[in-house]
Design a protein around this ligand. Structure first.
Ligand code: AMP
Ligand code: MG
Length: 350
């Protein structure tokens, strides 16, 4: 398949109506379009067309038991797809966080195909804030099912170049609108039961959700427990995701010990390091040392994480050692992705 690559300026969507109409036609015709959102790039197909979701699973090599998120362009559209059982709770989420980087799981309406929900009685729905994503959903006139636009298991794409690396020749169109501003996938909150539950942390943080909703449970898979030494956790937590080709090892503990450990590793010819800007001066200078930005800049960590993980694939290395940022607020999303990337392999250098 020949993939058409189209550039759309997110600040001037009104000048790109021809390109958007072409993309919308592809979606309506059952094809696939990769498009930008504020979180990461998505791989979109008509959420109401079971064949389109089958194509999404196939293009990504995604197991078909992993449900997709339906993207809509208004708050009313949540109601068109889901039963809103607790209006007050949904109303609070909508008032504070929608449109934005949050996905809400509720009971699905009967017309939603099982291929999208992977047989679950619930559907995940998000209304993105990105101008191009909104314009594409509106022009298509259908909800767009879209997982992250990467091959299954690889780091999510935050730039069109990442999508091209993984999906060129496998999808009809890729829309390039530059870098995603957030860089980690949406927060997922499940509100179909009594107590709201955070299933995936993102830029709408646990702290923000609790301040609006009160009690919010946290799925235990989000962080796993830290071990004292190199030790994977429960077998179910062991699978790798967001992973570069070389194994990733997270390094935690006391600041000075972390730095001396990384300094030693930076001298090994086939080891790479992911650290903060401030650490660079202390390590052996090399093009195998990448940073997540400044130590306290949580938005930079989120924005750069997947890009850096992908950059390691272009290096001739065997191992990647990484620092673990603070896990409060947006940091919880970053640490969650980082721990999955390293398959929960953590060295504690305390
Ligand atoms: P991605 O599409 O790559 O951003 O991943 C979507 C995530 O949403 C996956 O981890 C899914 O398991 C999760 N998800 C989507 N729909 C549901 C649902 N109905 N119940 C639970 N998790 C869901
Ligand atoms: Mg994904």
């Amino acid at each position: 398949m020949k993939t058409e690559i189209v550039r759309i300026d997110p600040d001037r969507v009104e000048d790109f109506s021809d390109e958007l109409e072409r993309a919308a036609e592809i979606i309506r015709g059952g094809g696939l379009v990769a498009f930008p959102t504020e979180t990461v790039y998505g791989l979109g197909g008509n959420a109401l067309d079971p064949d389109a979701s089958r194509k999404i699973y196939e293009a990504k090599g995604r197991p078909s038991d992993n449900p997709l998120i339906a993207h809509v362009a208004s708050v009313e559209d949540f109601e068109a797809l889901c039963e809103i059982e607790d209006r007050e709770r949904f109303g609070l989420i909508a008032e504070h966080f929608i449109p934005g980087p949050i996905t809400v799981i509720q009971k699905k309406k009967p017309h939603i195909p099982d291929t999208v929900t992977a047989g679950h009685p619930t559907l995940a729905v998000r209304f993105p804030v990105h101008t191009v994503a909104r314009a594409l959903i509106r022009a298509s006139g259908v909800p767009i099912a879209a997982p992250s636009a990467n091959l299954s298991g690889r780091p999510s794409p935050t730039r069109a170049e990442h999508v091209i690396e993984d999906l060129d020749g496998r999808v009809d169109m890729i829309i390039d609108s530059g870098e995603s501003s957030i860089g980690v996938e949406s927060t997922i909150i499940h509100i179909a039961d009594e107590i709201p539950k955070l299933l995936r942390p993102g830029a709408v943080t646990l702290e923000m959700l609790r301040s609006v909703l009160g009690r919010v449970e946290v799925d235990p898979c989000i962080l796993g427990k830290m071990s004292d030494d190199v030790k994977p956790l429960a077998p179910g937590m062991k699978y790798r995701h967001y992973a570069p080709k070389s194994p990733v090892i997270a390094v935690r503990g006391e600041e000075e010990r972390i730095l001396s450990y990384l300094a030693e590793k930076s001298c090994e010819p086939r080891s790479a390091i992911l650290c903060f800007d401030e650490d660079k001066a202390l390590l052996k200078s090399s093009d195998r040392v990448l940073t997540l930005g400044s130590r306290l800049d949580k938005s930079a960590h989120a924005r750069y994480l997947f890009d850096r993980l992908r950059a390691f694939d272009k290096m001739d290395i065997d191992k990647i050692y990484t620092r673990v940022p603070d896990d409060s607020e947006l940091g919880l999303a970053v640490v969650n992705r980082l721990l999955k990337a390293c398959g929960y392999t953590v060295v504690d250098v305390k």
